[in-house]
Write a protein that binds this ligand. Structure first.
Ligand code: NAD
Ligand code: ZN
Ligand code: ZN
Length: 396
Protein backbone atom coordinates (compact mmCIF):
# COMPACT_ATOMS: atom_id res chain seq x y z
CA UNK A 1 0.00 0.00 0.00
CA UNK A 2 1.37 3.41 -0.98
CA UNK A 3 2.00 5.84 1.85
CA UNK A 4 0.65 9.28 2.56
CA UNK A 5 1.18 12.05 5.09
CA UNK A 6 -1.13 14.92 5.98
CA UNK A 7 -1.81 17.76 8.41
CA UNK A 8 -4.15 16.49 11.12
CA UNK A 9 -6.22 18.69 13.48
CA UNK A 10 -5.68 17.47 17.05
CA UNK A 11 -7.60 20.08 19.06
CA UNK A 12 -7.28 23.76 19.87
CA UNK A 13 -4.02 25.21 18.51
CA UNK A 14 -2.69 21.77 17.72
CA UNK A 15 -1.97 20.38 14.26
CA UNK A 16 0.54 17.70 13.39
CA UNK A 17 1.82 16.00 10.25
CA UNK A 18 0.96 12.32 10.56
CA UNK A 19 0.80 9.20 8.41
CA UNK A 20 -2.66 9.00 6.89
CA UNK A 21 -4.35 6.57 4.50
CA UNK A 22 -3.51 6.73 0.82
CA UNK A 23 -6.62 8.14 -0.92
CA UNK A 24 -9.29 5.72 -2.09
CA UNK A 25 -11.67 6.25 -5.00
CA UNK A 26 -14.64 6.63 -2.70
CA UNK A 27 -16.89 9.30 -1.23
CA UNK A 28 -17.10 10.10 2.51
CA UNK A 29 -19.95 7.59 2.89
CA UNK A 30 -17.54 4.87 1.74
CA UNK A 31 -19.19 4.31 -1.65
CA UNK A 32 -16.79 3.41 -4.48
CA UNK A 33 -17.06 5.96 -7.30
CA UNK A 34 -15.56 6.22 -10.79
CA UNK A 35 -15.82 9.97 -11.34
CA UNK A 36 -12.80 11.00 -9.28
CA UNK A 37 -9.03 11.20 -9.53
CA UNK A 38 -6.10 10.83 -7.18
CA UNK A 39 -3.70 13.74 -7.17
CA UNK A 40 -0.09 14.03 -6.18
CA UNK A 41 -0.31 17.37 -4.37
CA UNK A 42 2.10 19.92 -5.86
CA UNK A 43 1.11 22.86 -3.64
CA UNK A 44 -1.46 23.36 -0.89
CA UNK A 45 -1.98 26.53 1.09
CA UNK A 46 -2.85 27.38 4.68
CA UNK A 47 -5.96 29.59 4.89
CA UNK A 48 -7.58 31.92 7.42
CA UNK A 49 -10.55 29.56 7.20
CA UNK A 50 -8.34 26.76 8.60
CA UNK A 51 -7.40 29.04 11.47
CA UNK A 52 -11.01 29.42 12.62
CA UNK A 53 -11.03 25.64 13.16
CA UNK A 54 -7.57 25.42 14.68
CA UNK A 55 -8.33 28.24 17.11
CA UNK A 56 -11.25 26.17 18.40
CA UNK A 57 -13.88 28.54 17.01
CA UNK A 58 -15.85 25.85 15.19
CA UNK A 59 -17.16 22.37 15.93
CA UNK A 60 -14.42 20.72 13.80
CA UNK A 61 -13.77 17.16 15.02
CA UNK A 62 -10.28 16.15 16.04
CA UNK A 63 -8.53 13.71 13.73
CA UNK A 64 -9.65 15.59 10.62
CA UNK A 65 -7.09 16.00 7.80
CA UNK A 66 -7.03 19.72 6.92
CA UNK A 67 -6.54 21.51 3.63
CA UNK A 68 -8.86 22.84 0.92
CA UNK A 69 -6.44 24.83 -1.28
CA UNK A 70 -5.00 22.21 -3.62
CA UNK A 71 -3.03 22.13 -6.87
CA UNK A 72 -1.76 18.78 -8.09
CA UNK A 73 -0.87 16.28 -10.77
CA UNK A 74 -3.30 13.51 -11.70
CA UNK A 75 -1.73 10.11 -10.98
CA UNK A 76 -4.84 7.96 -11.30
CA UNK A 77 -8.22 8.57 -12.95
CA UNK A 78 -11.47 6.73 -12.17
CA UNK A 79 -13.28 4.65 -14.78
CA UNK A 80 -15.91 7.36 -15.45
CA UNK A 81 -13.44 10.22 -15.91
CA UNK A 82 -13.45 11.09 -19.62
CA UNK A 83 -11.57 14.32 -20.18
CA UNK A 84 -9.07 14.79 -17.36
CA UNK A 85 -5.95 12.68 -18.01
CA UNK A 86 -3.23 11.12 -15.92
CA UNK A 87 -0.33 13.60 -15.99
CA UNK A 88 -2.51 16.73 -16.08
CA UNK A 89 -1.44 19.47 -13.68
CA UNK A 90 -4.71 20.85 -12.33
CA UNK A 91 -6.15 23.52 -10.07
CA UNK A 92 -8.79 22.22 -7.65
CA UNK A 93 -11.59 24.56 -6.54
CA UNK A 94 -11.94 24.30 -2.75
CA UNK A 95 -15.64 23.61 -3.29
CA UNK A 96 -16.61 20.00 -3.85
CA UNK A 97 -19.40 20.19 -6.43
CA UNK A 98 -21.33 17.54 -8.34
CA UNK A 99 -22.00 19.53 -11.51
CA UNK A 100 -25.45 17.98 -11.76
CA UNK A 101 -27.70 19.66 -9.18
CA UNK A 102 -29.78 22.79 -9.48
CA UNK A 103 -27.28 25.12 -7.81
CA UNK A 104 -24.25 23.73 -9.68
CA UNK A 105 -26.14 24.30 -12.93
CA UNK A 106 -26.65 27.90 -11.84
CA UNK A 107 -22.84 28.16 -11.27
CA UNK A 108 -23.40 28.33 -7.51
CA UNK A 109 -20.91 25.57 -6.80
CA UNK A 110 -20.30 26.81 -3.25
CA UNK A 111 -23.68 25.40 -2.28
CA UNK A 112 -23.86 22.15 -4.26
CA UNK A 113 -26.85 20.13 -3.08
CA UNK A 114 -25.40 16.63 -3.46
CA UNK A 115 -22.02 16.51 -1.74
CA UNK A 116 -22.90 17.08 1.90
CA UNK A 117 -25.78 15.36 3.69
CA UNK A 118 -25.76 18.03 6.46
CA UNK A 119 -26.27 21.22 4.45
CA UNK A 120 -25.65 22.75 1.03
CA UNK A 121 -21.97 23.00 0.05
CA UNK A 122 -18.93 20.75 0.27
CA UNK A 123 -15.20 21.34 0.72
CA UNK A 124 -12.05 19.34 1.43
CA UNK A 125 -10.84 19.16 5.02
CA UNK A 126 -13.47 21.46 6.47
CA UNK A 127 -15.97 21.30 9.33
CA UNK A 128 -19.61 20.80 8.29
CA UNK A 129 -18.62 20.50 4.62
CA UNK A 130 -19.36 16.87 3.96
CA UNK A 131 -16.36 14.97 5.35
CA UNK A 132 -14.16 15.12 2.22
CA UNK A 133 -10.56 14.40 3.21
CA UNK A 134 -8.27 17.43 3.20
CA UNK A 135 -5.42 18.11 0.82
CA UNK A 136 -2.64 19.41 3.08
CA UNK A 137 -1.12 16.06 2.29
CA UNK A 138 1.06 14.26 -0.22
CA UNK A 139 -1.92 12.74 -2.04
CA UNK A 140 -5.65 13.50 -2.14
CA UNK A 141 -8.85 12.23 -3.76
CA UNK A 142 -10.89 14.69 -5.86
CA UNK A 143 -14.42 13.67 -6.96
CA UNK A 144 -16.37 14.73 -10.08
CA UNK A 145 -13.04 15.41 -11.74
CA UNK A 146 -14.31 16.33 -15.21
CA UNK A 147 -16.50 19.03 -13.71
CA UNK A 148 -14.24 20.40 -10.98
CA UNK A 149 -10.73 20.38 -12.41
CA UNK A 150 -9.03 22.78 -14.79
CA UNK A 151 -5.74 21.53 -16.29
CA UNK A 152 -3.09 24.17 -16.90
CA UNK A 153 -2.41 24.44 -20.64
CA UNK A 154 1.38 24.05 -20.39
CA UNK A 155 2.93 22.27 -17.42
CA UNK A 156 6.39 23.81 -17.68
CA UNK A 157 4.93 27.33 -17.94
CA UNK A 158 2.58 26.55 -15.05
CA UNK A 159 5.42 25.39 -12.81
CA UNK A 160 7.16 28.72 -13.44
CA UNK A 161 4.09 30.54 -12.12
CA UNK A 162 3.00 27.94 -9.62
CA UNK A 163 3.07 30.33 -6.64
CA UNK A 164 0.56 32.52 -8.45
CA UNK A 165 -1.53 29.63 -9.80
CA UNK A 166 -1.77 27.98 -6.37
CA UNK A 167 -3.97 30.93 -5.32
CA UNK A 168 -6.65 29.87 -7.86
CA UNK A 169 -7.95 27.15 -5.56
CA UNK A 170 -9.46 29.72 -3.20
CA UNK A 171 -8.19 33.15 -2.27
CA UNK A 172 -7.86 34.78 -5.68
CA UNK A 173 -11.37 33.78 -6.82
CA UNK A 174 -12.60 34.63 -3.30
CA UNK A 175 -11.13 38.11 -3.37
CA UNK A 176 -12.43 38.56 -6.91
CA UNK A 177 -15.91 37.36 -5.94
CA UNK A 178 -15.87 39.84 -3.05
CA UNK A 179 -14.98 42.69 -5.40
CA UNK A 180 -17.44 41.69 -8.14
CA UNK A 181 -20.33 41.28 -5.72
CA UNK A 182 -19.49 44.62 -4.07
CA UNK A 183 -19.99 46.16 -7.52
CA UNK A 184 -16.39 47.28 -8.11
CA UNK A 185 -15.82 48.68 -11.60
CA UNK A 186 -13.86 51.33 -13.45
CA UNK A 187 -13.29 54.35 -11.23
CA UNK A 188 -14.70 52.82 -8.04
CA UNK A 189 -13.42 53.88 -4.66
CA UNK A 190 -13.00 50.70 -2.61
CA UNK A 191 -12.42 49.82 1.03
CA UNK A 192 -11.27 46.30 1.94
CA UNK A 193 -11.56 45.27 5.61
CA UNK A 194 -8.69 42.93 6.52
CA UNK A 195 -5.15 42.77 5.15
CA UNK A 196 -4.84 38.99 5.34
CA UNK A 197 -4.41 37.00 2.13
CA UNK A 198 -8.11 37.25 1.22
CA UNK A 199 -8.12 41.02 1.75
CA UNK A 200 -4.99 41.37 -0.38
CA UNK A 201 -6.56 39.19 -3.09
CA UNK A 202 -9.69 41.37 -2.96
CA UNK A 203 -7.52 44.48 -3.32
CA UNK A 204 -5.68 42.97 -6.31
CA UNK A 205 -9.03 42.03 -7.83
CA UNK A 206 -10.46 45.50 -7.33
CA UNK A 207 -7.40 46.83 -9.12
CA UNK A 208 -7.83 44.64 -12.22
CA UNK A 209 -11.54 45.47 -12.23
CA UNK A 210 -10.54 49.12 -12.65
CA UNK A 211 -10.88 50.65 -9.19
CA UNK A 212 -9.62 54.23 -8.90
CA UNK A 213 -8.29 53.72 -5.38
CA UNK A 214 -8.14 50.72 -3.03
CA UNK A 215 -7.91 51.23 0.74
CA UNK A 216 -7.13 48.26 2.98
CA UNK A 217 -7.79 48.45 6.73
CA UNK A 218 -6.25 46.34 9.50
CA UNK A 219 -4.62 46.75 12.91
CA UNK A 220 -1.54 44.61 12.22
CA UNK A 221 1.64 46.64 11.66
CA UNK A 222 3.40 44.15 9.36
CA UNK A 223 0.34 43.62 7.24
CA UNK A 224 -0.31 47.37 6.90
CA UNK A 225 3.28 47.88 5.78
CA UNK A 226 2.83 45.12 3.20
CA UNK A 227 -0.36 46.82 1.94
CA UNK A 228 1.67 49.95 1.19
CA UNK A 229 4.62 47.99 -0.24
CA UNK A 230 2.44 46.41 -2.93
CA UNK A 231 0.74 49.66 -3.88
CA UNK A 232 -2.53 49.93 -1.95
CA UNK A 233 -3.52 52.53 0.65
CA UNK A 234 -3.25 51.28 4.25
CA UNK A 235 -5.80 52.34 6.88
CA UNK A 236 -4.51 51.80 10.43
CA UNK A 237 -7.66 51.02 12.39
CA UNK A 238 -5.89 51.55 15.72
CA UNK A 239 -5.96 55.29 14.98
CA UNK A 240 -9.65 55.72 15.74
CA UNK A 241 -12.94 53.92 16.23
CA UNK A 242 -14.77 55.70 13.43
CA UNK A 243 -14.00 54.20 10.01
CA UNK A 244 -15.63 57.08 8.13
CA UNK A 245 -13.29 59.61 9.76
CA UNK A 246 -10.23 57.53 8.82
CA UNK A 247 -11.45 57.24 5.22
CA UNK A 248 -12.23 60.97 5.06
CA UNK A 249 -8.60 61.79 5.91
CA UNK A 250 -7.55 59.92 2.75
CA UNK A 251 -10.38 60.48 0.27
CA UNK A 252 -11.75 63.82 1.48
CA UNK A 253 -15.13 62.31 2.35
CA UNK A 254 -16.22 59.51 4.69
CA UNK A 255 -17.55 57.30 1.94
CA UNK A 256 -16.58 54.65 -0.61
CA UNK A 257 -18.44 53.19 -3.58
CA UNK A 258 -17.87 49.56 -2.62
CA UNK A 259 -16.54 47.57 0.33
CA UNK A 260 -15.41 44.03 1.02
CA UNK A 261 -15.40 42.20 4.36
CA UNK A 262 -12.28 39.99 4.31
CA UNK A 263 -12.32 39.46 8.09
CA UNK A 264 -15.36 37.45 9.19
CA UNK A 265 -16.74 36.66 12.64
CA UNK A 266 -13.46 36.83 14.57
CA UNK A 267 -13.27 40.59 13.88
CA UNK A 268 -11.69 42.90 16.42
CA UNK A 269 -13.03 46.34 17.31
CA UNK A 270 -11.33 49.36 15.79
CA UNK A 271 -9.54 51.88 17.95
CA UNK A 272 -7.41 51.26 20.97
CA UNK A 273 -9.20 48.42 22.81
CA UNK A 274 -9.24 45.86 19.97
CA UNK A 275 -11.65 43.47 21.73
CA UNK A 276 -13.39 40.87 19.61
CA UNK A 277 -16.58 42.30 18.11
CA UNK A 278 -18.16 39.97 15.54
CA UNK A 279 -20.47 42.53 13.90
CA UNK A 280 -18.04 45.43 13.79
CA UNK A 281 -16.92 45.03 10.19
CA UNK A 282 -20.43 44.66 8.80
CA UNK A 283 -21.69 47.65 10.80
CA UNK A 284 -18.77 49.88 9.83
CA UNK A 285 -19.08 48.92 6.15
CA UNK A 286 -22.76 49.92 6.17
CA UNK A 287 -21.71 53.27 7.61
CA UNK A 288 -19.15 54.04 4.87
CA UNK A 289 -20.62 52.51 1.68
CA UNK A 290 -22.53 54.99 -0.47
CA UNK A 291 -26.29 54.78 -0.86
CA UNK A 292 -27.16 52.01 -3.35
CA UNK A 293 -23.65 50.55 -2.99
CA UNK A 294 -22.62 46.93 -2.54
CA UNK A 295 -20.90 45.00 0.26
CA UNK A 296 -19.13 41.76 -0.65
CA UNK A 297 -18.77 39.42 2.34
CA UNK A 298 -16.26 36.62 1.75
CA UNK A 299 -15.26 36.86 5.44
CA UNK A 300 -16.65 33.75 7.12
CA UNK A 301 -19.60 33.73 9.54
CA UNK A 302 -20.62 30.56 11.37
CA UNK A 303 -23.74 28.94 12.74
CA UNK A 304 -21.89 27.52 15.78
CA UNK A 305 -19.02 29.22 17.61
CA UNK A 306 -18.04 27.43 20.81
CA UNK A 307 -15.49 30.18 21.57
CA UNK A 308 -17.91 33.14 21.30
CA UNK A 309 -17.92 35.70 24.11
CA UNK A 310 -21.71 35.60 24.62
CA UNK A 311 -24.71 33.32 24.18
CA UNK A 312 -25.89 35.01 20.98
CA UNK A 313 -22.49 34.60 19.36
CA UNK A 314 -22.43 30.90 20.15
CA UNK A 315 -25.14 30.37 17.52
CA UNK A 316 -23.81 32.98 15.10
CA UNK A 317 -26.32 35.71 16.05
CA UNK A 318 -24.81 39.14 15.41
CA UNK A 319 -25.82 42.54 16.70
CA UNK A 320 -26.23 44.09 13.26
CA UNK A 321 -27.48 47.60 12.53
CA UNK A 322 -29.36 46.18 9.57
CA UNK A 323 -31.69 49.20 9.39
CA UNK A 324 -28.77 51.36 8.30
CA UNK A 325 -28.00 49.15 5.33
CA UNK A 326 -31.68 48.93 4.50
CA UNK A 327 -32.07 52.72 4.61
CA UNK A 328 -29.15 53.09 2.17
CA UNK A 329 -30.46 50.37 -0.20
CA UNK A 330 -27.30 48.35 0.26
CA UNK A 331 -26.90 44.93 -1.20
CA UNK A 332 -24.99 42.22 0.64
CA UNK A 333 -23.45 39.12 -0.86
CA UNK A 334 -22.41 36.27 1.41
CA UNK A 335 -21.25 32.68 1.28
CA UNK A 336 -18.59 30.32 0.08
CA UNK A 337 -17.10 31.50 -3.19
CA UNK A 338 -18.19 29.53 -6.27
CA UNK A 339 -14.59 29.16 -7.45
CA UNK A 340 -15.46 27.63 -10.84
CA UNK A 341 -17.22 30.82 -11.87
CA UNK A 342 -13.92 32.70 -11.90
CA UNK A 343 -10.86 30.45 -11.86
CA UNK A 344 -10.42 29.98 -15.62
CA UNK A 345 -10.46 33.72 -16.29
CA UNK A 346 -8.13 34.40 -13.38
CA UNK A 347 -5.78 31.64 -14.59
CA UNK A 348 -5.53 33.49 -17.92
CA UNK A 349 -4.91 36.77 -16.11
CA UNK A 350 -2.04 35.11 -14.22
CA UNK A 351 -0.56 33.35 -17.26
CA UNK A 352 -0.57 36.62 -19.20
CA UNK A 353 1.06 38.57 -16.40
CA UNK A 354 -1.94 40.69 -15.46
CA UNK A 355 -2.11 39.89 -11.74
CA UNK A 356 1.03 39.18 -9.67
CA UNK A 357 -0.97 37.58 -6.87
CA UNK A 358 1.92 35.62 -5.29
CA UNK A 359 3.77 38.89 -4.66
CA UNK A 360 0.64 40.69 -3.48
CA UNK A 361 -0.11 38.03 -0.83
CA UNK A 362 3.59 37.38 -0.14
CA UNK A 363 3.45 33.66 -0.97
CA UNK A 364 5.97 31.84 1.24
CA UNK A 365 6.88 28.19 0.61
CA UNK A 366 7.45 25.79 3.51
CA UNK A 367 7.75 22.01 3.61
CA UNK A 368 4.79 19.85 4.63
CA UNK A 369 6.79 18.83 7.71
CA UNK A 370 6.89 22.49 8.82
CA UNK A 371 3.10 22.90 8.59
CA UNK A 372 2.62 23.31 12.37
CA UNK A 373 5.15 26.18 12.42
CA UNK A 374 3.37 27.71 9.42
CA UNK A 375 0.02 27.59 11.22
CA UNK A 376 1.58 29.24 14.27
CA UNK A 377 3.25 32.02 12.29
CA UNK A 378 0.09 32.70 10.26
CA UNK A 379 -1.99 32.77 13.45
CA UNK A 380 0.35 35.35 14.95
CA UNK A 381 -0.39 37.62 11.97
CA UNK A 382 2.62 37.20 9.67
CA UNK A 383 2.16 39.18 6.45
CA UNK A 384 2.52 35.96 4.45
CA UNK A 385 0.46 33.34 2.65
CA UNK A 386 2.01 29.97 3.49
CA UNK A 387 2.26 27.43 0.67
CA UNK A 388 3.07 23.85 1.65
CA UNK A 389 5.36 21.88 -0.66
CA UNK A 390 4.66 18.18 0.06
CA UNK A 391 6.99 16.74 -2.59
CA UNK A 392 9.73 19.39 -2.69
CA UNK A 393 8.67 20.45 -6.21
CA UNK A 394 8.50 24.20 -5.66
CA UNK A 395 12.23 24.77 -5.74
CA UNK A 396 12.43 26.88 -2.61
N1 NAD B 1 -16.13 32.97 1.42
C1 NAD B 1 -15.16 32.15 1.12
O1 NAD B 1 -15.30 31.31 0.22
C2 NAD B 1 -13.86 32.26 1.84
C3 NAD B 1 -12.70 31.72 1.27
C4 NAD B 1 -11.47 31.91 1.93
C5 NAD B 1 -11.43 32.58 3.14
N2 NAD B 1 -12.59 33.07 3.66
C6 NAD B 1 -12.59 33.84 4.92
O2 NAD B 1 -12.02 35.13 4.66
C7 NAD B 1 -11.53 35.67 5.89
C8 NAD B 1 -10.11 36.18 5.70
O3 NAD B 1 -9.22 35.13 5.39
P1 NAD B 1 -7.64 35.35 5.53
O4 NAD B 1 -6.98 34.09 5.12
O5 NAD B 1 -7.25 36.61 4.86
O6 NAD B 1 -7.57 35.48 7.14
P2 NAD B 1 -6.62 36.25 8.15
O7 NAD B 1 -7.06 35.82 9.49
O8 NAD B 1 -5.19 36.05 7.76
O9 NAD B 1 -6.95 37.81 7.95
C9 NAD B 1 -7.93 38.51 8.64
C10 NAD B 1 -7.36 39.90 8.95
O10 NAD B 1 -8.43 40.71 9.46
C11 NAD B 1 -7.84 41.60 10.41
N3 NAD B 1 -8.91 42.22 11.20
C12 NAD B 1 -9.46 41.85 12.39
N4 NAD B 1 -10.45 42.69 12.73
C13 NAD B 1 -10.54 43.63 11.76
C14 NAD B 1 -11.37 44.75 11.53
N5 NAD B 1 -12.32 45.12 12.41
N6 NAD B 1 -11.20 45.47 10.39
C15 NAD B 1 -10.24 45.13 9.50
N7 NAD B 1 -9.40 44.08 9.66
C16 NAD B 1 -9.56 43.34 10.78
C17 NAD B 1 -6.85 40.73 11.15
O11 NAD B 1 -5.90 41.52 11.84
C18 NAD B 1 -6.26 39.90 10.01
O12 NAD B 1 -5.10 40.53 9.46
C19 NAD B 1 -11.64 34.52 6.91
O13 NAD B 1 -12.83 34.69 7.66
C20 NAD B 1 -11.76 33.29 6.04
O14 NAD B 1 -12.41 32.23 6.69
C21 NAD B 1 -13.79 32.91 3.04
ZN1 ZN C 1 -9.08 28.85 1.90
ZN1 ZN D 1 -24.08 20.07 -7.30
Amino acid sequence: MAENRGVVFLGQNKVEVQSIDFPKMQNPAGKKVGHGVILKVVSTNICGSDQHMVRGRTTAPTGMVLGHEITGEVIEAGSDVEYIKVGDLVTVPFNVACGRCRTCREQQTGVCLNVNPGRAGGAYGYVDMGGWIGGQAEFVFVPYADFNLIPFPDKAQAMEKILDLTMLSDILPTGFHGAVTAGVGVGSTVYVAGAGPVGMAAAASAQILGAAVVLVGDMNTDRLKHVADVGFVPVDLREGDNLGELIEKILGKPEVDAAIDAVGFEAKAQGKNGQEAPATVLNSLMSVVRAAGGIGIPGLYVTEDPGAADAAGKTGNLSLRFGLGWAKSHRFYTGQTPVLKYNRQLMQAILHGRIPIAKIVNATVISLGDAAEGYKAFDSGAAKKFVLDPHGLLGK
